[in-house]
Ligand binder design. Structure first.
Ligand code: NAP
Length: 294
């Protein structure tokens, strides 16, 4: 895609703030930006080792202000289940006026008055705030990240069954492809072209993903869908916060199946998105059986 590195390479090293930098997607974006000689600063509650980091909460305007000094662009993630505190964050962004690339969701329905579930609603609300802010910003709407499967590692180290709430099938996307796309958009001045809608190459359900992990591991694995109430009580027993559990249950009940596959990863990165099978092969070691449970 055409675009201009901001600021032009050779004039000054571009500086990018990455929020969510300790997460599955954020870590990959940080790696790519550093490889490309970008000055990277991170914002998260835990620091990222070896990278300039501002430690704190996205909901704290003073933290956000201190993180924004001198940055040209921000990769914004909003991992919270309430968009209300994002008002303060967007006000800080508007004052500092960097370009903003917001990691949003492919599940947003632009025609709907209300979104399917609280997680999608928050993304829609944050997009609306950015739209009203006067900032130069672009949405990177991501489908379900392949890295969510890491949440199955404990079950697959112990046995051959993944059990949990089922969720509608979507075009699961490799977080490394989303990171490549994010790096391209962060470094290119093409805000007019969004929203980008980043999907993987095939529509998959959880049972499909577990089977593909099994193929990568050489094991016969299966997914066992757990009814809503049992899923809720198990997640609560695991110590997950109640509002998160309710949001996950709502997503599993109300989010519709998506048949959408786009070419946006390829347009941004110059190559087609990877399959979940490829992701599974590359991450097989993370799911290897515990010796004592073999
Ligand atoms: N996963 C998906 O399928 C998917 C799909 C579409 C969009 N997205 C969006 O993509 C983003 C990244 O997804 P992911 O799977 O990489 O997430 P993840 O692995 O759970 O990482 C979340 C990141 O956010 C940081 N964080 C959480 N709460 C924070 C707070 N209050 N203040 C500051 N930082 C905070 C975490 O760091 P600390 O804990 O160190 O603060 C971590 O770096 C999410 O925000 C999500 O909204 C995800």
């Amino acid at each position: 895609m055409s675009g201009t590195i901001l600021p032009a390479v050779g004039e000054r090293t571009p500086s990018v703030l990455v929020t969510g930098a300790t997460g599955n997607l954020g870590r990959e974006v940080v790696d790519r930006l550093r490889t490309r000689g970008v000055r990277v600063r991170c914002l998260s509650r835990r620091p990222l080792q070896g990278v300039e980091s501002v430690r704190g909460d996205l909901t704290d305007p003073a933290v956000v202000r201190s993180a924004l000094g001198g940055v040209d662009a921000v990769l914004l993630m909003w991992p919270l289940l309430d968009a209300t505190p994002a008002h303060d964050l967007v006000a800080e962004l508007a004052a500092a006026a960097p370009r903003v690339v917001y990691v949003s969701s492919t599940a947003i329905d632009d025609e709907a008055a209300r979104q399917s579930d609280p997680i999608v609603q928050v993304h829609s609300d944050v997009e609306a705030l950015l739209g009203d802010s006067g900032l130069r910003w672009v949405a990177l709407r991501s489908d379900t990240l392949a890295s969510n499967a890491r949440g199955w590692a404990a079950q697959l180290k112990a046995g051959d069954v993944v059990s949990g709430p089922d969720i509608a099938r979507t075009a699961v996307v490799d977080e490394r492809d989303v990171a490549d796309a994010a790096a391209a958009v962060l470094l290119a001045d093409d805000d007019q072209r969004g929203p980008y809608v980043l999907t993987g190459p095939e529509i998959l359900g959880r049972a499909d993903q577990v089977a593909l992990l099994g193929a990568a591991l050489g094991r016969r694995l299966r997914f066992e869908a757990v009814p809503r109430d049992l899923a809720r009580s198990r997640m609560l027993a695991d110590g997950r916060p109640e509002h998160l559990v309710e949001a996950l249950v709502a997503a599993s009940v109300h989010r519709p199946e998506s048949r959408l596959i786009t070419d946006h990863v390829e347009r941004l990165t110059g190559r087609p998105p990877g399959t979940f099978g490829r992701w599974a092969v590359d991450h097989a070691a993370d799911f290897a059986r515990n010796h004592h449970s073999a």
